[in-house]
Each structure stands twice: as structure tokens, then as C-alpha cells.
Design a protein around this ligand. Sequence first.
Ligand code: NAD
Ligand code: TYD
Length: 339
Amino acid sequence: MTIIVTGGAGFIGGNFVHYMLEKYSNYRIICLDALTYAGNLETLQDVMENPNFRFIKGDIADRALVYSLFEEEKPDIIVNFAAESHVDRSIENPEIFLRSNVIGTSVLLDACRKYGIKRYHQVSTDEVYGDLPLDRTDLFFTEETPIHTSSPYSASKAAADLLVQAYGRTYHLPITISRCSNNYGPYHFPEKLIPLMIANCLNDKPLPVYGKGENVRDWLYVEDHCRAIDMIIHKGEVGEVYNIGGHNERTNLQVVKTIIQALGKSESLITYVTDRPGHDMRYAIDPTKIKNDLGWEPQVLFDEGIQKTIQWYLDHKTWWENIINGEYQTYYEKMYANR
Ligand code: NAD
Ligand code: TYD
């Protein structure tokens, strides 16, 4: 079995590469990644010498490159993680999100049509459903919830999902889509809430909480996400969408306070800053379908996962310090200086 994993030098894709190489000693895993600011070869350092692994630096929107890779490797499965993934960056500069997330997806789909494929899997997000009100804790996203996006990021991911479904119906491409809630865990780029707060806490820097910190996210430990995708590509039904997540909801303030407590710091580090425009209030997944159809359930609950994650950041300081000491400083200054 040959699997092309796009975006495998990023957070979730990197975890997926490790997961698959460890689980399937007879699979060939090929990572195609453009190494944008979010891609990091240090994440793949441990597997670079593995004979079942190959890394290719390249853009999924580069048609000639993608086609030649398909010709050479004749992949059985594509798992597309490659995307611009940060909502705040999409608010600053939407266009790059269209190129990578929409055009990139269309090029991969065309390659699958041209060369044939056993499965194309699109890694999507629960953000395509928009948000839920804070005072309706009885409501959850199901696979039937209408697409209703808020940010340029989520709009680009929704556009990609619609294209994937269109290729499934029109060209009978064997596609599946997963829509997952917020992930956390090892190799998470420190522009996102949890690693940013851990890094700032460890450096005794202010912890910038948007608005009142009351927005709710449904947190999933990244390995649970990898296991769900593994199940979907092997056992999932062609043409189906699967929501992934489940009942690990926390307000941002709860998350930040948990990190402060675990690191023995003071809550006086919390700094309330101007809210994100269009900020989604609450995400919450109903995972009934993936549970009933594929037997998937999250194995790591938030209270355990957050401690494991904090420990990983303590044990891998070089990994994230190399990031925050680089171009990230300019980003941080731009996003937070006058907030
Ligand atoms: P990330 O930003 O950490 O990694 C993205 C990776 O894709 C990087 O390695 C980057 O170099 C690569 N990439 C970007 N544009 C590319 C292009 N045009 N060609 C090739 N490679 C390119 O993102 P992540 O958090 O790991 O998210 C991975 C996927 O999962 C995304 O599609 C995202 O929408 C989705 N997702 C993320 C979350 C989350 O909580 N992080 C939740 C649900 C879904
Ligand atoms: P983020 O990690 O960017 O993920 P997403 O927007 O895709 O859910 O943000 C998670 C939540 O944390 C979101 O409600 C915005 C909030 N947030 C802050 O309060 N401060 C920050 O510095 C960041 C990056 C996010």
C-alpha cells in the first residue's frame, strides 16, 4: 500500500506520518509538503531514514509536480492535510488560503482522476459548520448540519469539501471527508491557542485571551484524530462524511487556566485583548456516526491529554524555541503588538 500524505510536515500530518509508519510496517508513506512557515522537517526527523518513507518538498497546487509524483509512485491512497490552517492569518491575507486549500485540492483531485486511486481522503474541519450559540449546550454539529462558514479559512475549507463531493458524484472518485474538532498535542505550531499559551507561560510572557475568553472549542488529542482517519481510509464508506470529536468542550479561559496551573504560573499573566473579528462562539461535535459505523471513540480525554501535551513541550523545548526565535517573532509582533 502506498499512501501520499500531503502536509505531513505540519502538526496533524506529521503525527499521522509517525502513526502510520509505526502501525503498518509494510506501507510506503510519501509526504508531499511545501514547507511553508508551518511545515517543519524537524517534525519528521525521526522517520527521514526509514526506508518506507519518502519526503518531497512541493506545492499541492503545482500540477506538473503532482502529476509526475503520481506517475512515479502510483499511490493507492491520498490523505490531504496540506492547507493554510490559521484563522487569524486568513483574516489578514485570504488569498493564499484559496490557492492552497481550494486550488491545491482541485489539482490533487484531478491527479486522482487521471491516474486512478483507491481512496482520496480530505481532512476537513468542523469549522465548515460555522458556530453554535453558547446558551444552547444541547446543540451539536452532525454530518447533516448545513455548511455555514465564518472566516476566510473555513470558507476555503468548505469550498474544498464541496469540490471533493462534486468529484465523487460527477466522476465517481472514491472519496471520503472527515470534519474534526480542534486538535492539540505534540508538534502543534505555537501560533495556535494551546502551544502559544504553553510557550508564553514558560517564558513568563502575557497570555493574550481574545474577548472574554468564553468561546468554546471541542478539544481532541491528535493521536485520536490519526486513528480516526486510519479507520476511515480502511473501513469508511466511499462518498461519506465523518465528524470526529466528542464532548471535550472547554472555554478558552478554562484551557488557559489549566495550563497556568500545570506550569505553576500566576493567572496575572492573562491579558484580555481585542477579539478576533467574526469569532466563532462554540464548536461541538456529535460523533455518533463514526462511533456507530466504524467503532471510533476518543481514547484520550482532555484532562489527561493536556498534561501529556504540556509535558511534550517541556521535553522538546528546542523544537518550539527554534520556531519562536525565527520569523515567528515578526508574526507575533504584527498580530499582538497593538491588540
Ligand atoms: P499546519 O498548518 O500545522 O500544517 C499544514 C502543513 O501543510 C504544513 O506542513 C505546510 O507546509 C503544508 N502546506 C500548506 N500549504 C501547502 C501547499 N500548498 N502544498 C503543500 N503543502 C502545504 O496544519 P494542521 O493543524 O496540521 O492541519 C492539517 C489539516 O487538518 C488542515 O487541512 C486543517 O484544515 C485540518 N484541521 C486542523 C485542525 C486543527 O485543530 N489543527 C482541526 C480540524 C482540521
Ligand atoms: P485557534 O487555536 O486559533 O483555533 P481555532 O480558531 O481554529 O478554533 O484558537 C482557539 C481559540 O482560542 C479561539 O477561540 C481563539 C482563541 N485564541 C485566543 O484567545 N488567543 C490567542 O492568542 C489565540 C491564537 C487564540
